[in-house]
Design a protein around this ligand. Structure first.
Ligand SMILES: C[S@@+](CC[C@H](N)C(=O)[O-])C[C@H]1O[C@@H](n2cnc3c(N)ncnc32)[C@H](O)[C@@H]1O
Length: 349
């Protein structure tokens, strides 16, 4: 191997191995309240000001702040070129997503990645060796995903809201859904995607169907705005109870939680509850048919392995599952980040 090629190969491997260091810079900045502090400051702040504000060592704070600048999580301004001393401020993206008052806020999700999910991920070798029998991993019990994973309802819901709020407008416009009159987001949490659907399709009636524990807190989290008032919440269990009538069911990050038998049960139920010509929109991190990517789908495939016993699926796998319960006209769109989309129909008359 030529020297340059060998070095590139080594660099590639090292950059993967050191990936956790990058995430620790972000998580530490959040944990110590650096983004919040800068978010409330009317002007860029010095190292000393920030170190005092978060009650930390000045030199160590400066090193962390500079690492944040290197990762484009902060900007350094008014800099003395000789000493490198300067003042720090939020970037556009950290202002938009990383402070407690950012709306939408990714903090709950990132906090959950940092605090909760690092432990199941440490069990990845065992999950791979033994199969994802996660009742023996992490104390999680198969078939009790809600109780085990979502039980801290408010915290979990906050963490779910981040991604769907940020990327929900893209989801709502992935296909033209204007022909559907009655859209129901199954397992739609506190409604982040439903609010985007209501805004994008003013003629449609939009509802969310989720467990009673979730619906109970949804009202307190309803945004202002006319479109938001048009979203209704219905409580129930999608495995046990009848589904609300609709001509389009949306299942966003639902099927990846479950094993194939449960997915087939749910898809059959969706199919049976739809009128002729009705549709189902699946939103997931969809794998390519050769399973070689995208990276986000690989990450969340393994995440499902260690956390829920579920998996990410390819467009082809969704086509097979959907046709096996009777759906036709299955269209897959998966060159989008972070979600891909599948729209399927119950045969029109
Ligand atoms: C992974 S979250 C996805 C939330 C939302 N669709 C999103 O993408 O932001 C799974 C959702 O399914 C809901 N859920 C889980 N089991 C359920 C059940 N048996 N019946 C109804 N909802 C359920 C959870 O409460 C949670 O809101």
């Amino acid at each position: 191997m030529a020297a340059a090629t060998a070095e590139n190969g080594a660099r590639h491997i090292l950059e993967i191995a050191e990936g956790f260091m990058k995430s620790q810079v972000l998580f530490t900045g959040m944990k110590l309240g650096i983004f919040d502090l800068l978010g409330t400051s009317s002007a860029p702040m010095t190292t000393m000001g920030i170190a005092e504000g978060i009650g930390a060592d000045t030199d160590a704070t400066k090193r962390l702040l500079d690492a944040c600048v290197g990762l484009r999580l902060l900007q350094k301004v008014n800099m003395d070129k000789e000493t490198g001393n300067g003042e720090y401020q939020l970037t556009k993206a950290s202002k938009a997503f990383l402070t407690s008052s950012s709306s939408p806020n990714l903090g709950d999700w990132l906090g959950r990645l940092a605090a909760v999910y690092s432990s199941p991920w440490a069990d990845l070798p065992r999950a791979v060796k033994e199969g994802p029998n996660f009742c023996t991993l992490n104390g999680f019990e198969r078939g009790k995903t809600f109780e085990d994973l979502y039980s801290t309802a408010q915290y979990f819901m906050g963490s779910m809201e981040g991604l769907t709020t940020v990327f929900g407008a893209g989801t709502a416009s992935a296909f033209n859904l204007a022909e559907f009159q009655n859209i129901c987001d199954i397992g739609g949490c506190t409604g982040p995607l439903a609010y985007h659907l209501a805004a994008a399709y003013p003629e449609a009636s939009v509802s969310v169907f989720d467990l009673p524990e979730v619906v109970k807190i949804a009202e307190d989290r309803r945004p202002t705005g006319e479109y938001a008032q048009r979203v209704s919440f219905i409580s129930g269990d999608f495995f046990q109870d009848p589904l609300p009538p609709a001509d389009l069911y949306v299942v966003c990050r639902i099927l990846h939680d479950w094993t194939e038998d449960k997915v087939l049960t749910l898809l059959t139920k969706l199919y049976d509850s739809l009128p002729q010509g009705g549709g189902v929109l699946i939103v997931e991190h969809i794998l390519t048919n050769d399973k070689l990517g995208p990276e986000v789908a690989h990450k969340y495939d393994l995440h499902m392995m260690v956390c829920t016993g579920g998996r990410q699926r390819s467009g082809q796998e969704f086509k097979r599952l959907l046709s096996s319960v009777g759906f036709t006209e299955v269209t897959v769109k998966n060159n989008t980040y972070p979600f891909g989309y599948v729209l399927a129909r119950k045969q029109r008359v």
